[in-house]
Design a protein around this ligand. Structure first.
Ligand SMILES: [Zn+2]
Ligand SMILES: [Zn+2]
Length: 360
């Protein structure tokens, strides 16, 4: 059997190729991919900026689909079930027994697994008609959740992991820097769970409007106003309790730290480049008792992400702006990269590939 997939031969060089449909092992599942979201990481892979990636590669790590075949030792799943996949592999996904787990997996921190691999990053991914995954990486999609929505499980789970580190409280004022798909997801989740006061900083006017729609109280244009001054005005000169950088830039990381009040927490969530560094005022860190957090993938949050989708706690259909057929992946990458007007999350529809572009 053959299938189509999008292969990145090298940076900026995308091709649709025919592959042999992969065969399953005893403990794995063959999944027919329905939808796969485009992530900032895919843009970085397109541009050759992800150190873990070797080319050629089929990217795509935010996907949902239907099980088409089940390995002989798999008991948890059956053919026809709808699943979303956690693309990050750790010891459990290689079938190791607990005593064989690595140092981090033994500590229940599988995202730091020394055997870590990720579908769509270090191995072929979801921009493909079929994919084989270990059954331990699959999550059953509740009947209330569509496959389109289920493709958002992974990015929502990543946001949840980030939010868990900073433990926002309802009385906090939160600054979110960047209102791209992730910034908007963060705003929606904060609004749903904490109802805190949210200030968003975002240069694009259409994205500022979206941020307000998703629950931000104020949206600032950092090119027109001095962010720190607006923050001071809005917080009686104190600064924000929590800031979330959702861009992956150095200037924005500095802003996230600079806008904190005493005891403030900054989550540096956007993915920066390996060579990026910032100057940190250590005396401020000490005297203001600041905390800085990083966040890597989503070790334990996929079930909660599916619950959020099931209970419609955030308006996911509003988070998706475009659904493209597989051959428009490159266009999607460029739209996202250029932050084109009204672009939010872009999904690639793989199953029943639509002939025409659809805007939702
Ligand atoms: Zn991602
Ligand atoms: Zn491990």
């Amino acid at each position: 059997m053959h299938m189509k997939a999008i292969q990145f031969d090298s940076p900026f060089n995308i091709k649709i190729k025919e592959y042999k449909t992969p065969t399953i092992g005893k403990y794995s599942l063959l999944v027919k991919v329905a939808y796969c979201g485009i992530c900032g990481t895919d843009i970085h892979i397109y541009e050759g900026k992800v150190p873990f990636v070797t080319y050629p590669i089929i990217p795509g790590h935010e996907f949902s689909g239907t099980i088409k075949a089940v390995g002989s030792k798999v008991t948890r799943f059956s053919i026809g079930e709808k699943v979303a996949i956690n693309p990050n592999f750790s010891c459990k996904d290689y079938g190791y027994d607990h005593h064989e787990y690595c140092y981090y997996c033994k500590k229940n921190r599988p995202h730091f697994c020394i055997n870590w691999e990720a579908i769509g990053v270090t191995m072929n991914g979801g921009f493909s008609e079929f994919i084989v995954c270990p059954n331990t990486s699959a999550f059953k999609v509740p009947k209330e959740v569509s496959l389109k929505e289920a493709a958002l499980m992974e990015p929502i789970a990543c946001c949840l992991h980030g939010l868990q580190q900073i433990r926002i409280r309802p009385e906090n004022t939160v600054l979110v820097i960047g209102a791209g798909p992730i910034g908007l997801m963060m705003v929606s989740l904060i609004e749903a769970f904490y109802k805190s006061k949210i200030i968003v900083s975002e240069p694009h006017p259409s994205r500022r409007n979206l941020a307000i729609q998703f629950g931000a109280d104020i949206a600032i244009d950092p090119n027109n106003e001095v962010l720190k001054d607006v923050i001071k005005k809005e917080t009686n000169n104190y600064g924000v309790d929590v800031s979330i950088e959702a861009v992956g830039g150095t200037t924005t990381a500095i802003e996230a730290i600079d806008c904190l009040n005493r005891g403030g927490k900054a989550l540096l969530f956007g993915v920066s480049m390996p060579e990026d560094t910032i100057n940190l005022n250590l005396f401020e860190l000490y005297s203001k008792e600041l905390s800085l957090f990083g966040s890597f993938t989503n070790p334990h949050e996929n079930d909660q992400a599916l619950e959020i989708l099931k209970n419609k706690l955030i308006n996911v259909s509003e988070l998706v702006s475009h659904i493209f057929p597989i051959w428009k992946l490159e266009e999607g990458l460029k739209l996202m990269k250029n932050k084109a007007k009204d672009v939010k999350k872009i999904l690639i529809q793989i199953e029943d590939n639509p002939k025409e572009y659809s805007e939702v």
